[in-house]
Structures are given as C-alpha cells and as structure tokens.
Design a protein around this ligand. Structure first.
Ligand SMILES: Cc1ncc(C[n+]2csc(CCOP(=O)(O)OP(=O)(O)O)c2C)c(N)n1
Length: 547
C-alpha cells in the first residue's frame, strides 16, 4: 500500500523532491498516473509548481520550451508504461533542439520486474536512442544522485534530453536516516575548454580566409545565445549564423543564405552538427574549394565529420561551445577585412521579395505574408515578446516573415504539433509579453486540449491558425513529386477552430479580411485568455528564397 501524506515518515519520493529543490527546480510539467503519485504527494508544500497537462507529449514539449526560454533544465514527470511511451516523441524534439530536458517516468516496481507487473515496459531502452542518457534507478541510495547526474548530463557539452525511470517501490520505500543527498558539485555540467594555441590557430585560419563563415546550432538560438553570437561577429568581423531549422541553410528565416554559403571558402562549424541541414557540407551546397573547421562537444560528431570531409576538414577541436565563443571574443583582434563579405551575407539573410506584399489571393482568403506584416507590430511592441512557429508550410511563412526577441520553433526534429504547449510555457515564463504562436490547421489538432491547460493556469497567448483545410506541406510534396492528378489523403475541413478554443474557455476569432486582422488580434490579446485567430489562407507552397 502506498504511504499517504498523513504518514509523515519520509519516502524515496521525498528524497527526489528534496533533490529537485536542491537543483533549483521551480516548475514540473506532468500528467498524473499510479506510478508517480508518491511524487505528487511529496510535492505538497514543496514550493515546486505542478503544471498538469492533458497529454504526456505536451508535458515534455512544455519542459522543452521552458528550458529553451529560461536556460534552466526543464522537467517532465509522467507515469510508467503508456504514459512514458506517449512522452517519447516529444523527447526527440527536445533532443534535436539541444534543449536540456529531463523526463522522469514512474516505473513498475523492481520487486515485480519480469513477472508481468502493471504497465511493465523496458522504458529506459525505449528512450535510449533519442536521449543523451537513459537509465532505471535501482536503489533508494542512488535515487537523489541519479537525478543530480541527469541534470549534469542534460546541461553538459551539447545540451539535450535525459531520461530517468523510477520504480514505484523505490518512491514508496522508507527514506533511511543515513540517506545522503547530492551537493552543488553533483549538479554541475562538465566543461571542455580549448587551449590558447588552438584558439589562435582557429582565428588565424578564419581571418586569412576571404569569405569565412561561422555556423552555430540550436543551443545558441535563445535570446541570450543570439546576443552572444552578435558579440562574436562584432569581435571577429566574420559572419556568425545561428541555425535551428530542419530546412537548414534553406530555412526561410535565413532568406537566400544558401546562395552565399556556396561562395564561402572557409566554414567553422561551431557546435553545429554537420548533418542534413547543411547538406553534409558537400558540393554543390558548399564550394569544392571550401575548407572546414569544427569545434564540437561530441567526439562522435568529430569522428563522423573526419570520415565525411576527409582532407577538407583542416582542424577539429573537442570543446564546449559557449566557452569557446567567450574565448574567441576575448582573443579576437579587431579586423575589418571582411566588412564587404559580412554585408553580402546579411543582405542575403534579410532578402524577402517585395512582391509578397502585393500578391493577390482569391476572395475569402488572406495571404500569410500580408497578415504577418501586421502581426509583426504586436511582436515589436515588447522587448520580451515570443514567437512560436509550428506546422508545415504556414510555419515556414511565419519564420520568413516574423521576428521576435524570443523564438521557439519545432526545430531540427521537424515534428509538428508542439505549438500549443510551447505557447503556454512562453506565457508562463514571459508573463505580460505578447505570445504569438503560428500553426497550421493540421498541427492545431495534435495538442488542442492543452488550451484547457492554459485556461486552468491562466496563461494568455494568441494562436494564429493558418487554415487551408489541408495538410499542405505533404499536399505540396504530392503536387511537386507526383503531379496535380496524384493528390491523395491530405484534405482537412475548414473547421471553425475558434469555436474549439471558445469551448475550452478561451477567446476565439475568425477572419478572412485583412482590414479586420489587427483589430481581431488586439481583441484576442485584450481578452487575457488563451485566444485564437482562425485565418483562412490559400494552400501556398513554403517560400522558396533560394531558387
Ligand atoms: C509529428 C509529425 N507528424 C507528421 C509530420 C509530417 N508533416 C510535416 S508538415 C505536415 C502538414 C502540416 O499541416 P498543417 O499544420 O495544416 O500546416 P500546413 O502545411 O498546411 O501549412 C505533416 C503531416 C511531421 N513533420 N511531424
């Protein structure tokens, strides 16, 4: 029988909560279940806030957005078996976004393993391929240290997802009077720095190139991270570009960047994985004459690059990205030799065709670029406004047309559906700032029950639904690859999603009139509720800025 809170003697669950407090955890995103109820009980009076969601994947998406927006570790707590399995797809999004998230899952009791316990599942094995580390706690003594180790791993090197399964019998077991809790050092991340001569060598190769570029990955795309990249660019006089999209160098928020990438003669991959997003650094995306440098926290990434790039990889270093950026800034010599090249690169990134703003669409529809030109004024109205992007083609239009101090996009994982959980957390951590989340009608469906979560926790935001009654990104693939007469199965209905939002207790508006768009958004924001603007759009292909 589980111990209840009126039996005051401490349990493993209390040890976990003590450890969460030591780690400075303030918020946990969760969905209840038998295996984790001792933790719920131990959280009473702990000062740690529970945000109870409607789906385990949403809890992980929320922990992910929390980590990206605060720089702290995001914690998701779910039950064992099916609850854990539900959480897994969202863990992949966090891992690919280099977001330090810890998924704690309850687990069948150790004493019943192999006997057919309720919801028994090889949970750690299930999470292993998509996490930095994944394991099953196996003693009450190790429990607090397991959590501290999870924090340390999630934050070290390339940040990412960590999973810890905790059997319920450990949570219910008596807390031995001799039980030790972790100290500050147990939570710390390990930092690999670079010796001074390596930094000098990197600076020398970069500055002697004619058209050098520095590419960084998702972990540098927070507001603070992007500021650090600007400082690095200012210190070196070399373009420093952050990447976080599965469309990579073709990301519409990078304009026609792919065209200048092809001209570069030296690229430093500074914690940026050399993967599909950079076309594996091969020709024609990169010049055959381009030299490559790589600084990466993962030895495995370096080994992979050596095989792929061979002689073209002239220098590799194993180190932590933010520390290296700081060292590069400190050791840089002011040098203006690449001023023209910087201007060319930034002009390419800013490129958006003027024709977007005069494009006409059929009666009853709104062109996304014209709508976003108006919505940008909302994002410009506050220093901490947040842009969330989700979905297929509409998400690409949003990324091309909108900018904000904080951006949370679905990221390299390319998984749709996280927009509503992301928006709730943006509202939680950036209270008072406008939160604008853009998503397709298909993507809206994945986690629309989280509108209820946002209503319960009073988390206002504005969802802009680009409603084309279609899973358009896939429909566009059918048109492009199979032909106009071979479209199948991607139709949706022009559903009144604003009524869905109202049904959950939020505010709903619908428009297909550009003149009413901004007033409708303002009414939605003034409602101080989770709100949506259901906007009818034509099925447009994502913007192509690198024809
Ligand atoms: C979890 C997940 N399932 C499926 C896909 C494949 N997918 C990518 S975009 C897309 C269509 C999205 O439709 P919608 O949200 O309406 O946006 P639209 O493309 O219509 O603008 C689909 C099904 C995916 N990327 N992630």
């Amino acid at each position: 029988m589980p111990l209840t809170s009126n039996v005051i003697s401490k349990r493993g669950a209390d040890a976990i909560v003590e450890t969460l407090k030591l780690a400075g955890v303030k918020t946990i995103f969760t969905l209840s279940g038998n295996h984790i109820m001792p933790i719920f009980d131990a959280l009473i009076d702990s000062g740690i806030r529970l945000i109870h969601t409607r789906h385990e994947a949403a809890a992980v998406h929320m922990a992910d957005a929390y980590a990206r927006l605060t720089g702290e570790v995001g914690i998701a707590l779910v039950t064992g078996g099916p609850g854990h399995a539900n959480a897994i797809s969202a863990l992949y999004t966090a891992q690919m976004a280099e977001s330090p998230v810890i998924l704690i899952s309850g687990h069948a009791p150790l004493s019943q393993l192999g006997k057919g316990a309720f919801q028994e599942m090889e949970q750690a094995e299930l999470a292993k391929p998509i996490a930095k580390a994944s394991w099953l706690s196996n003693s009450i003594e190790s429990l607090p240290f397991d959590f501290a180790k999870a924090v340390s791993i999630a934050k070290s090197g390339r940040p990412g997802a960590v999973h810890l399964s905790i059997p319920i019998d450990l949570l219910e077991a008596q807390y031995p009077p001799t039980l030790k809790l972790p100290t500050e050092k147990d939570f710390l991340s390990t930092i690999e720095t670079l010796p001074k001569d390596s930094i000098e060598k990197i600076l020398q190769v970069l500055t002697s190139a004619k058209k050098p570029l520095i590419l960084t990955g998702p972990q540098m795309q927070s507001k603070a991270g992007r500021l650090q990249l600007t400082r690095l660019e200012e210190a070196l006089g070399i373009p420093v570009i952050g990447m976080e999209s599965p469309r990579g160098i073709l990301d519409p928020s990078l304009g026609s960047f792919a065209q200048v990438v092809a001209q570069s003669d030296c690229v430093l991959f500074l914690g940026k994985k050399i993967d599909f997003t950079v076309k594996f650094a091969q020709s024609p995306a990169f010049s055959d004459a381009c030299q490559f440098l790589q600084i990466d926290p993962d030895l495995a990434e370096i080994e992979k690059a050596k095989i792929m790039l061979n002689q073209k990889l002239v220098l590799t270093c194993n180190a932590e990205v933010k520390t290296v950026i700081q060292a590069l800034i400190e050791m840089a010599q002011i040098n203006n030799t690449h001023e023209d090249w910087c201007a060319i690169v930034h002009k390419a990134i800013k490129y958006r065709p003027e024709s977007w703003l005069t494009a006409s669409v059929s009666q009853g529809f709104v062109h996304p670029a014209k709508a976003f030109a108006q919505i940008q004024t909302i994002l410009d109205s506050h220093p901490d406004s947040v842009l969330v992007c989700d979905g297929g083609e509409i998400g690409q239009w949003a990324q091309a047309c909108l900018d904000a101090p904080h951006r949370v996009i679905n990221g390299v994982a390319g998984a749709i559906g996280a927009g509503i959980p992301f928006a709730a957390v943006a509202s939680l951590v950036k209270a008072g700032a406008p939160i604008v989340a853009v998503m397709g009608d298909g993507s809206f469906g994945f986690h629309c029950a989280e509108i209820d979560t946002a209503v319960r926790y009073r988390l206002p935001y504005l969802l802009i639904i680009g409603n084309d009654a279609c899973w358009n990104a896939e429909h566009q693939i059918q048109l492009r690859d199979y032909g106009n007469d071979r479209t199948i199965g991607c139709e949706l209905l022009p559903t009144r999603y604003e009524e869905v939002v109202k049904g959950f207790g939020g505010h709903g508006e619908s428009t297909n009139d550009l003149a009413d768009l901004l007033p409708a958004c303002k009414r939605a924001l003034a409602s101080q509720l989770p709100a949506c603007l259901n906007m009818m759009i034509p099925s447009l292909a994502a913007p192509n800025l690198n024809p």
